[in-house]
Write a protein that binds this ligand. Structure first.
Ligand code: FAD
Ligand code: NAD
Length: 402
């Protein structure tokens, strides 16, 4: 009997989980041997991580055990870290073993972009994983807890700097404006002792986004005590300060780095032709160098033909790519040669400002305030629905809408 083809999915993020969930519902799991590899035994929703980072949500709400959603009788699951892909040998080197593939799906997500700025790696926090955000939350709590124990008060203890006012930075700052009053109350600290500073290199927050909505967002956040420093690139991070372009310093024990992302380092380590760790994929989402490797999510780069610039990496695109990839894997396993072309269908962008506020563009419509916040929660719940149906929405969803 002919051996079944081996499909290996690397990464159980938005892209990898949807590919696995689609395949387990199809005939592919009978006709092929499907394996999912992830460094944790749980999946987390990266798009929610600003909330546990600020402490406005428990990190367990953002994650679920992989075998609660994926049927491990149909799909093998390996909990391990991917080290390198040996494309010539069709093998993946994991920390603890080596596995073979016939078809590979590369969906390992991204890491924070540091642009080589000195001190970021050593001294800044990042909003990247359950482990990284749990650490931010604990660190912030500790700053508040230690302040009243200090004989001599240090301003840096209660100064929180967020580098980059892109969507991640803005969403985190928004959550912090909710959390800070609670922490002040809990640790007997007057609100005016606390500084929350959003530092952005570009001439505006959320560069490229609708100007009216950006102004709305900044007004909301400023009214809740956020200080914006716009047009202000950070050039160095030190243990207890950040250094700005004009050499001035902000004293702080807490800098959260949100200046964009680059593709997972496994991409460069494996020698792919890539730009900032992202592989410019073919129309059917394969690596141009290897027709047995699909690349999805933040590791993939696709060009928006209207603007001739890369689409920003988003969960929205990762999920859509996962659907196309699952269909294409099915076609290949069935021996078909014609594969589906990927066409992104961008529904819009909605960003939370904390509390019951958000801003967004849906289709051509601008939305803001509480109604935008409800839409944002519906988007978050929709993903859970796609992954695990109504039971998962009820178990893990954002059910308090208003
Ligand atoms: P991910 O979902 O990040 O998953 C990667 C997976 O790979 C993880 O499970 C990780 O543990 C695993 N992994 C990584 N390295 C290894 C390794 N070496 N070995 C094994 N496993 C590994 N996008 C939107 O569309 N809408 C939003 O509202 C939105 N909000 C966001 C909010 C925040 C705070 C952030 C940080 C991002 C947000 N994004 C949003 C962007 C979105 O999260 C990413 O584009 C999306 O997660 C990419 O999906 P992915 O499958 O490529 O990677
Ligand atoms: P981003 O690229 O969107 O924003 C990074 C910001 O950091 C930019 O405004 C940039 O000018 C600034 N910056 C860069 N270097 C700097 C420096 N040295 N000093 C100060 N500022 C600096 O990246 P992100 O916010 O990390 O988001 C990553 C991806 O995730 C994006 O594609 C984004 O669209 C997506 N995302 C989407 C949502 C949403 O849809 N609600 C939320 C979060 C993230």
């Amino acid at each position: 009997m002919k051996n079944k083809p081996k499909i290996v999915i690397l990464g159980a993020g938005y892209g990898g989980m949807i590919v696995a969930a689609r395949l387990q519902k199809s005939t592919v799991v009978k006709d092929a041997e499907v394996t999912l590899v992830n460094k944790h035994n749980y999946h987390y929703q990266t798009t929610w991580l600003h909330e546990p980072a600020a402490g406005t949500m428990h990190h367990d709400q953002t994650r679920m055990k992989i075998d609660d959603v994926i049927d491990t009788k149909k799909i093998n699951f390996i909990k391990d870290s991917v080290v390198e892909i040996k494309r010539d040998e069709k093998k993946v080197v994991l920390k603890d073993s080596v596995i073979d593939y016939d078809y590979l799906v590369l969906g390992l997500g991204s890491i924070p972009e540091t642009f080589g700025i000195p001190g970021v790696q050593e001294h800044a926090f990042s909003i990247r994983s359950v482990n990284s955000v749990r650490l931010i939350k604990e660190h912030i709590d500790y700053q508040f807890a230690s302040y009243n124990k200090q004989d001599e008060k240090f301003d840096e203890t209660l100064t929180f700097v967020v580098a980059g006012a892109g969507f991640t930075g803005i969403e985190f700052v928004g959550e912090m404006t909710d959390r800070i009053p609670e922490l002040c109350e809990e640790y007997d600290i007057p609100r005016e002792k606390v500084r929350l500073i959003s530092v952005e290199a570009a001439p505006t927050a959320l560069p490229g986004f609708d100007e009216e909505l950006v102004e709305y967002a900044m007004n909301v956040l400023e009214s809740r005590g956020v200080e914006f420093m716009i047009n202000t690139p950070i050039k160095e991070v030190r243990e207890n300060s950040v250094v700005l372009n004009d050499d001035s310093e902000i004293k702080t024990n807490t800098i959260v780095w949100t200046t964009g992302v680059r593709g997972n380092p496994v991409v460069d380590k494996s020698g792919f032709d890539a730009m900032r760790g992202r592989i410019k994929v073919t129309d059917d989402l394969r690596s141009p160098e290897n027709d047995d490797i699909f690349v999805i999510g933040d590791c993939a780069l696709i060009i928006n033909e209207e603007t001739e610039r890369p689409y920003p990496p988003t969960a929205q695109i990762a999920i859509q790519q996962a659907y196309t990839t699952a269909n294409n894997l099915k076609a290949l396993v069935e021996g078909k040669k014609e594969l589906e072309t990927f066409k992104p269908d961008i529904k819009g962008t909605v960003a939370s400002l904390g509390g019951k506020e958000a801003i967004g563009v849906v289709g051509k419509r601008k939305i803001y305030g509480n109604s935008a916040s409800v839409v944002k929660k519906m988007i978050d719940n929709r993903y859970l629905f796609l992954l695990g149906g109504m039971p998962l929405v009820i178990k893990k969803g954002k059910l308090k809408m208003f």
